[in-house]
Design a protein around this ligand. Structure first.
Ligand SMILES: [Cu+2]
Length: 106
C-alpha cells in the first residue's frame, strides 16, 4: 500500500483576523469623504480597525448612530474598534461633520 499524505493549508479568510489601518489625513477638515484614508474600507467580521490622526488638528471617529466613537484625537493619537457584527457602518468627525467615512464588514 502506498500511503499518501496530502497536507493542505488553508486559512479561511472568514476566520483570519487582520488589522486594518485608516489615516485621518493632513488638511483633512476640507476633504469630506477623502479625509479618512482608505475610504470606504472593507473588512471581515471580528477585524479591528485602527484610526490614526495624521493631521495637525483635533478630530474624532464617531459612528453616525454613536454605536462607537473616539474621544478627541490629537495629532498622532489612535483609536481602535473591533467590528463583531457584519453590516455597513457610517462615521464622521464630530468637530467637522463634513468629514465622513464608511466601513463594510463582511
Ligand atoms: Cu475633524
Amino acid at each position: 500500500m502506498l500511503a499518501l499524505t496530502i497536507t493542505i493549508s488553508i486559512i479561511p479568510s472568514a476566520y483570519a483576523q487582520s488589522n486594518n489601518e485608516i489615516s485621518i489625513v493632513s488638511d483633512t477638515s476640507t476633504l469630506a469623504d477623502k479625509a479618512y484614508d482608505p475610504n470606504p474600507l472593507t473588512i471581515n467580521q471580528d477585524d479591528t480597525v485602527t484610526w490614526t490622526n495624521k493631521d495637525f488638528g483635533i478630530h474624532t471617529v464617531t459612528e453616525n448612530q454613536e454605536l462607537f466613537g473616539s474621544e478627541d484625537l490629537r495629532p498622532d493619537q489612535t483609536f481602535d474598534h473591533t467590528f463583531d457584527s457584519s453590516g455597513t457602518y457610517y462615521y464622521h468627525c464630530k468637530l467637522h461633520p463634513t468629514m465622513t467615512g464608511k466601513i463594510f464588514v463582511n
